[in-house]
Write a new protein. Structure first.
Length: 351
């Protein structure tokens, strides 16, 4: 049997994702009574894209595909259905690297460090708050019509990953989604084992932090080393693009301090003046990148959730709602309330 035609190859381009976790899309469409090829034609996507897991697809294409899939099938949790058919191994070498780690802390750090091998349209982050570990997924691209489907599928795959680490009976203490509450949440409750909180500032899995340091039953030093070597062969240079690195870190901010230059410099292990100099050499500045990141996140939360403006201001690190409103007017020319009122309800299903 000949190998399927490979439309695109690694490395994963900026704003794109490997097809691996999406391989079940044609099968799911057919099971729901919809011709997959008709959906692909409507989205201007080649059906053969899904014949090889190392092909890549852009996030705007994924968004368009999910929008048409939801419209044609009537299934408002199509993204979650994709997750149900996407084990950690669907992430390729990165998935195997994570599963073979000695403990979950190292596993998730490896995922954060090497997500660009799988996904270059989002960032994942891990933080500890008291006794809770919070593992989040944040899109880097604003204005995606079905970001709710992408977030549902991605957090669903995150749940699969955690079960791959700790066993099939693991469930999170809580799940949050940065989109409005869908009409039917039973499927979410059944899949995660808890009732998610919607209209949240981030999409995340929350679980006991004590689990992070426990030895994993699937730890495999030989496989771990093999996958690390494989990733090193094909990954982009470790230094990366500083502009992109700063932007990605800012997308994971959750407080005033997270959006500061000292905080970003600390996380990058660089001097503040070095960051300023290198950004200037690229024709930009920390303030410009920070404003761009805040504008993207603010539009996503204004359009995709029903969070109060005051809460969005707090998430973005503003000391007051008035300060956020002034900044948003400077970016868009109108207030956040007017911007939200003028947006079509693409991602907020009727109750």
């Amino acid at each position: 049997m000949t190998e399927p035609r490979r439309i695109r190859r690694n490395p994963v381009g900026k704003g794109s994702v490997r097809v691996g976790p999406l391989m079940a899309v044609p099968q799911l469409l057919a099971q729901l009574g919809v011709d997959p090829e008709e959906v692909f034609r409507a989205c201007a996507i080649a059906p053969s894209l899904f014949e090889y897991s190392e092909n890549t697809i852009s996030f705007p294409e994924v968004s368009r595909l999910l929008q048409v899939a939801v419209e044609r099938t009537g299934c408002e949790h199509f993204g979650l259905l994709i997750a149900q058919h996407a084990p950690p191994q669907s992430m390729g070498a990165v998935g195997y690297l994570v599963l073979s780690s000695p403990n979950a802390h190292i596993a998730l750090e490896k995922l954060i460090a090497h997500l660009n091998m799988q996904d270059r349209g989002a960032v994942v982050a891990l933080r500890i708050e008291g006794n809770a570990a919070i593992f989040s997924y944040s899109l880097l691209l604003a204005g995606l019509n079905r970001a709710d489907q992408i977030y549902a599928g991605s957090i669903g795959i995150g749940r699969n990953l955690m079960r791959g680490l700790w066993g099939p009976h693991w469930r999170p203490d809580a799940v949050t989604f940065s989109f409005a509450r869908p009409r039917h949440i039973d499927v979410y409750r059944q899949y995660f084992g808890v009732t998610p909180r919607f209209d949240a500032p981030e999409s995340a899995l929350i679980f006991p932090a004590v689990l992070l340091e426990r030895q994993l039953p699937g730890a495999d030093p030989f496989l771990h080393r093999l996958m690390a070597e494989r990733i090193a062969e094909v990954s982009r240079p470790a230094a990366g693009d500083l502009v992109d690195d700063v932007r990605e870190l800012l997308r994971t901010g959750n407080s005033v301090s997270d959006y500061s230059l000292p905080a970003i410099a600390s996380r990058l292990g660089m001097a503040e003046r070095t960051i300023k100099r290198q950004l200037a050499a690229n024709g930009t500045s920390f303030r410009v990148i920070r404003d761009d990141a805040r504008y993207d996140v603010s539009r996503e939360l204004l359009e995709g959730t029903k969070m109060p403006i005051s809460d969005i201001a707090s998430v973005l690190g503003y000391a007051s709602t008035a300060a956020f409103t002034r900044a948003f007017e400077r970016w868009s020319g109108i207030t956040p309330l007017k911007w939200r009122a003028g947006r079509p309800a693409l991602r907020i299903p009727s109750r």
